[in-house]
Each structure stands twice: as structure tokens, then as C-alpha cells.
Design a protein around this ligand. Structure first.
Ligand code: SAM
Length: 250
């Protein structure tokens, strides 16, 4: 898979692309990430990428020409499956969206700045618009890097043990179960006995229950669309009964 990021701050991408799972995935050839300086696609002496907003008002807006030219040049290097405009107004980026993108071969990510980009980029160039949450950041680089990171860890061979990704929060619509490591007791806080028991069946069932209990307590909105097996459905019913009984006692 290949990502092409278009930004006026290419160096901002160096850290996140140069460490950890993403760096290793790049080194192993699991993913290729190219970062393009938007100013390389300008034609004026000042390499200007922005201009004032028609109609007045504060702030500058990215001009359409450099972004269109950048995407034309990227497309000339091979077919592109998606041109994503990062924007707080876009569809919410979720684990499902990450899974969808992980099935594509080549994705372009456009990073806005200032007041954003000329709206013709949204209507005439981008194939979709994605937001990483209901807040406004000063630029699209962090959202683009969030998207790259979430997608790369889903690519086969990116994470040491692919099974660890399958158990991550949201992968089946549930939050992950709690994790512990040594020591077994720390400042009076003990690791649950079941995890020290060596009984794999009990551990698996405890983890399934904890995953459901956490989701029920912290993100009950996820449960209606979670993919549960029969055992999990039964565990969830028991958890809900317990909760109902507790509330009845209040
Ligand atoms: N004026 C715009 C608005 O209110 O919708 C906000 C522009 S923002 C300051 C500048 C750029 O940061 C955007 O063009 C986009 O690329 C990026 N950005 C900011 N918040 C974002 C978010 N939550 N998700 C994705 N991109 C975001």
C-alpha cells in the first residue's frame, strides 16, 4: 500500500513516520509513504499556496491550483484509489474507516492549514473528506498521520503479531480487555489471580467478560453493532442483569 501526503510542513511528518511500527513497516516494504511539499507545485516566485478569502473575513485560504497540480503529478505516477481531504467537517474517521482504507492500494491525503482549502478542492478534487474528531486543529498533518498510523497497523506484516490487532479496541466493536505485566503485586495493587493461574480457558473467559464489562460501562453505544458470539451474548446478559440488580438496590 502507498500513501502520498501533501503538506506545506513536510518535516512535521518526519517524527511519526520515523519511529515504531510505521517506520518498521516502511523499512519492510509493507507500506510506502511519500510526503510532498505543496510549495513544489506552485508556479510563482514566492511559492505562495494561500490567498485571502473571497467575500472578506479573517484568515487565508489554500489556493486550488497547487493542490490540483500536486494530485495530477501523484496520479501521473500510478492509479490512485482515494484522494482524502482532511477536514473537521468530514465523515468521522473510525476503526471501520481504517479497515476500509487498509484494503486500498494508493491513498492521497491532503493537509489543509489556515482557514482551510478553497472549496473547489472538496467538490472537484477530493473523493472523500475525513475528520478525526469534533475539534479544530491548526493543520491536516496530524489527522493525516493519525490515519496513516491506524491503517498501517492493520496491514499484514506491520505489527509483530497480527493477532494483537484483532484483539484491539473497536476491531469487533468492543473495547479491549485490561492488560497487566510483572510484577504480580505493586504498591498493594494485585494482578487478578486468574491471570496468574495458567488456566487458559478461564483466562480467555475472564478477558471476554472484562472486554464486555468495560464496553458496557464506558462505551455502551458500541454494543448494538458489536460482533458477539454466543458465549459473549450470554456474558453480556449476565453483566446487564448484575447492573440491573445493582441499580435496583440503589
Ligand atoms: N475553517 C475550518 C473549519 O472551521 O471547518 C477549519 C480549518 S483548520 C484550522 C485547518 C486545517 O486543519 C483543515 O483544512 C484540515 O486540513 C485540518 N483539520 C483541522 N481539524 C481537523 C479535524 N478534526 N480532522 C481533520 N482535519 C482537521
Amino acid at each position: 500500500m502507498r500513501f502520498d501526503l501533501v503538506t506545506i510542513f513536510p518535516r512535521l511528518c518526519d517524527g511519526p513516520l520515523g519511529e515504531g511500527i510505521v517506520r518498521r513497516a516502511i523499512e519492510r516494504g509493507v507500506v510506502d509513504v511519500q510526503v510532498h511539499d505543496l510549495r513544489d507545485y506552485t508556479t510563482d516566485r514566492h511559492r505562495s499556496v494561500d490567498d485571502v478569502s473571497y467575500g472578506g473575513g479573517p484568515g487565508m485560504v489554500f489556493k486550488p491550483e497547487p493542490l490540483f497540480r500536486a494530485v495530477d503529478a501523484i496520479r501521473a505516477g500510478g492509479d490512485v484509489d482515494a484522494v482524502i481531504l482532511t477536514s473537521p467537517q468530514g465523515r468521522r474517521f473510525t476503526q471501520r474507516e481504517a479497515e476500509r482504507l487498509a484494503g486500498l492500494r494508493r491513498v492521497v491525503l491532503l493537509c489543509g492549514r489556515y482557514e482551510g482549502v478553497d472549496d473547489r478542492v472538496r467538490s472537484g478534487l477530493a473523493t472523500e473528506e475525513l475528520s478525526i474528531g469534533d475539534y479544530v486543529l491548526s493543520g491536516g498533518e496530524l489527522p493525516a498521520l493519525v490515519i496513516v498510523d491506524a491503517v498501517v497497523r492493520l496491514l499484514p506484516g506491520a505489527v509483530g503479531d497480527d493477532a494483537s490487532v484483532d484483539a484491539d479496541s473497536f476491531s469487533r466493536g468492543l473495547l479491549d480487555y485490561p492488560h497487566f505485566t510483572r510484577p504480580a503485586e505493586f504498591r498493594g495493587l494485585r494482578v487478578p489471580d486468574v491471570l496468574l493461574s495458567g488456566n487458559h480457558a478461564d483466562i480467555r473467559r475472564w478477558r471476554a467478560r472484562e472486554s464486555l464489562a468495560r464496553t458496557l460501562a464506558l462505551r455502551p453505544d458500541l454494543l448494538p453493532s458489536a460482533e458477539l458470539d454466543d458465549e459473549e451474548r450470554e456474558l453480556l446478559r449476565a453483566l446487564m442483569d448484575e447492573r440491573g440488580a445493582e441499580h435496583g438496590r440503589d
